[in-house]
Ligand binder design. Structure first.
Ligand code: ADP
Ligand SMILES: Nc1ccn([C@@H]2O[C@H](COP(=O)(O)O)[C@@H](O)[C@H]2O)c(=O)n1
Length: 356
């Protein structure tokens, strides 16, 4: 396809519409039992995952934190919700259920014995699929540190500082045993019961933990991201909403080469060797099959349609669960601008990839 065709607004509008319809169908399909058990950096300003993780977990970073101001609104009143999606809402006279397939999940939350209206959202997908980018966008859309705590499973890689560098480099980091998942499970349980936790900081260039830790505070939404979070039942069962980012392996590999060489201190040979030795086989053995656990599968990584659908559903569901009245968040206007910028940026990157 030529660049000229790619820039045709009608083609992109058509793609967006198709994507929206397929996304809605996919959500309905998984919720209706089709798959269940048969089942970041802000755009344009790249941050390392560690920096992003610190920024997302730490309420003191950036804007002021106010845990009592939980300002998520139902999507039909959300000024950030594009008008075209409002047309997808059900006719109240004919719909027997709420439009949101996530509402059932949230109702279960409000009925839990601990009664804690905290929503734990898991984002899985292969390495480089766009999990962190999607998490960043959801974090922003739901009001950042006012409402959301972000945790990456990557922070829980086991510390290998007592190993030689040669031994560390041979470690299989894509096998579930390389992570201290028990610690993460304990942390999510503590957050859900209202306690803050100390998250380890991980250094990918040395394969070890650093001395610092990051405080994560209990907020309305706990966002958990990682390649293997749907492979461990004790972790998966803590996730109220499970999203899988499904990006093709060639795209993921290209992104990984760039990222690991630029941010994780790796050579091209090291990245490719690791990819063939462990990343690819473990992806096929663990990550890809775990897609069946997902409630929502996002094709081609983050896109503005998927983002709107997900965040609107989460907002509606959270308001139902907590009974908190709608108040416009101070971030709504900014979110709208960021969604626009992200959609433009993603389109530009797709163009770049297609033109390469
Ligand atoms: N939909 C997308 N289109 C284009 N580039 C993307 C998209 N999603 C993520 N990226 C880019 O791909 C790289 C890896 O994304 P990231 O979110 O860190 O992946 P993961 O957390 O799954 O490893 C980043 O440079 C990010 O900017
Ligand atoms: N010391 C380490 C630890 C992990 N990795 C790789 O990170 C990948 C998971 O992180 P993503 O951001 O890509 O989801 C995983 O595939 C590990 O191979 C590493 O290279 N070194």
């Amino acid at each position: 396809m030529s660049q000229r065709q790619n820039q045709n607004p009608y083609i992109w509008a058509g793609c967006g519409l198709l994507l929206g319809v397929s996304m809605a169908m996919m959500i309905q399909h998984t919720r209706l039992g089709g798959s269940k058990n048969a089942t970041a950096p802000s755009p344009g300003s790249p941050l390392s995952r560690a920096a992003l993780s610190r920024r997302m977990s730490d309420p003191l970073d950036g804007r002021s934190s106010s845990p009592s101001s939980f300002n998520l609104g139902p999507s039909n009143q959300d000024p950030a919700s594009p008008k075209k999606f409002q047309n997808l809402r059900p006719d109240p006279h004919t719909a027997s259920h709420s439009f949101s397939p996530l509402i059932g999940t949230i109702r279960e939350i409000s009925n839990r014995p601990d009664g804690a209206p905290i929503l734990v959202v898991g984002i899985a997908g292969g390495s480089g699929s766009g999990k962190t980018t999607l998490a960043q966008a959801i974090y922003t859309a739901l009001g950042r540190e006012n409402n959301v705590t972000f945790i990456s499973h990557d922070s829980y890689y086991k510390d290998l500082s007592s190993w030689t560098m040669a031994q560390r480099e041979q470690q299989n980091f894509d096998h579930p045993n390389s992570l201290d998942t028990d610690l993460l499970v304990g942390h999510i349980e503590q957050l859900r019961s209202g306690s803050s936790v100390l998250i380890p900081n991980y250094d990918f260039s040395t394969h070890s933990r650093t001395a610092e830790k990051t405080v994560a505070r209990p907020r309305r939404v706990i966002l958990v991201e990682g390649i293997l979070i749907f492979t461990e039942p004790r972790l998966t069962e803590l996730l109220d909403v499970k999203i899988f980012v499904d990006t093709e392996s060639d795209v993921r590999l290209i992104r990984r080469v760039t990222r690991d060489c630029q941010e994780r201190g790796r050579s091209l040979d090291q990245v490719l060797d690791q990819y063939m030795r462990t990343v690819r086989p473990m992806h096929n053995e663990f990550v890809e099959p775990s897609k069946r656990q997902a409630d929502i599968i996002v094709p081609v990584g983050i896109n503005s349609v998927a983002l709107s659908l997900i965040t609107d559903h989460l907002k509606t569901a959270l308001v139902e669960a907590t009974g908190v009245q709608y108040l416009k968040t101070p971030f709504d206007e900014e979110n709208k601008r960021e969604r626009g910028a992200m959609s433009r940026e993603v389109s530009a990157e797709r163009l770049d990839l297609m033109n390469e």
